[in-house]
Design a protein around this ligand. Structure first.
Ligand code: SAM
Ligand code: SF4
Length: 339
């Protein structure tokens, strides 16, 4: 029963799990958190490492082979490399990845890479997405409300010292009126470094609920700007991929566009999410969640948990409805979901 692969009611096989390990963060990005932060979960509400590991092992037996650790800021969780090591040791996880704002990478990159070195499995080290929305110090400060660009760039450089961490992705949320003049610098980074740069469209998941469609700088607009600087060629899209990836025609690097608003990729979405307090979400925009922490702590066995997961996944939303009449922004915002 546990070994049947996870499938939703629309025939999509679920293979990708995003795990939020904390709702806390050391940044206050404008498009994500309010300046004063959010009411944090109590310590006891947050899944313990053993609980996360048990659930991830169960998901792996249900056919999930890609796991991304996120938050909030995952590196602010105390002893986070130990959790990475516990997950790295599980069977069935092909891809283990971390999404981070990079602030603590200078401190932790070595420990995180080392945590995966003992993995006795076919997996390929660990992958990182580092979020950097601006390459200008004052703009970075304005966007994240932290004067931390230099610290983040040092963390990125430290990470890049480890061949096992490559390829490293640098993700930037694109905002109209903000990101346009950053394009040349990001293009230079993509072309003359080992990093793959990807722009993400701004989604209505901000805590200030200030999102409006006219603030979305679309991937198509960015593509046109970049193509005019240096011609781009498409690469083949893998099923379930969030990014449309292009290579520079002259062979210098790659750049990607994650366009959930203007070009939704719900049709072959294979992702689900586990929040820091143990709720299963079947879409970023879910209005409904399934509590796994309660049954887990009440002694549910793997078959019982697997049935809860299967039932929730079966009801996975067909698509998000951004831009449609009646769209409702979920109560949880990006940092509390785990982006
Ligand atoms: N703190 C880590 C970080 O910033 O990388 C991980 C969590 S963060 C919620 C994950 C990703 O979501 C980041 O790349 C961030 O830029 C992105 N994000 C946050 N709010 C967003 C929004 N409203 N629209 C689009 N992307 C958003
Ligand atoms: Fe923190 Fe990441 Fe949200 Fe920025 S985007 S406030 S770094 S969780």
């Amino acid at each position: 029963m546990v070994s049947e692969p996870l499938t939703d009611g629309h025939g999509r096989r679920i293979a990708d799990l995003r795990v939020s390990v904390t709702d806390r963060c050391n940044f206050r990005c404008q498009y994500c958190m309010p300046a004063e932060g959010l009411p944090w979960l109590e310590r006891d509400e947050v899944l313990r490492f053993e609980e996360i590991t048990r659930l991830v092992a169960l998901f792996a037996r249900l056919g999930v082979h890609d796991v991304r650790l996120t938050g909030g800021e995952p590196l602010v969780r105390r002893d986070f490399p130990r959790l990475v090591g516990m997950l790295a040791a599980l069977d069935g996880i092909e891809d283990l990845a971390i999404t981070t704002n990079g602030f603590l990478l200078e401190r932790d990159a070595g420990a995180l890479v080392a945590a995966c070195e003992t993995r006795e499995r076919r997996a390929r080290g660990i992958r990182f997405n580092v979020s950097i929305d601006s390459l200008q110090r004052d703009r970075f400060y304005a966007l994240t409300r932290r004067d931390a660009l230099d610290q983040v760039l040092r963390g990125l450089a430290r990470l890049a010292e480890y061949p096992q961490a490559h390829p490293i992705k640098v993700n930037a949320v694109a905002l109209r009126g903000v990101t346009e003049d950053e394009v040349p610098a990001f293009v230079e980074l993509a072309r003359h470094s080992a990093y793959e740069v990807r722009f993400i469209e701004f989604m209505p998941l901000d805590a200030d609920r200030a999102w409006s469609s006219d603030q979305v700088l679309t991937g198509a607009e960015l593509h046109a700007m970049i193509d005019a600087l240096h011609p781009l060629e498409p690469t083949e899209r893998e099923p379930g991929a969030t990014a449309r990836v292009y290579r520079f025609a002259d062979g210098h690097g790659r750049i990607g566009f994650i366009n959930p608003v203007s070009e939704p990729f719900c049709g072959d979405c294979n992702r689900i999410r586990l929040t820091a307090d143990g709720r299963l979400r079947t879409c970023l925009f879910s209005l409904r969640e399934t509590d796994l922490r309660g049954p887990l702590r009440d002694g549910a066995d793997d078959d019982q948990l697997a049935q809860l997961i299967r039932d929730a996944v079966w009801r996975k939303e067909l698509k998000h409805r951004i831009g449609e009449p009646g769209f409702v922004q979920p109560a949880r915002t990006m940092s509390a979901i785990g982006g």
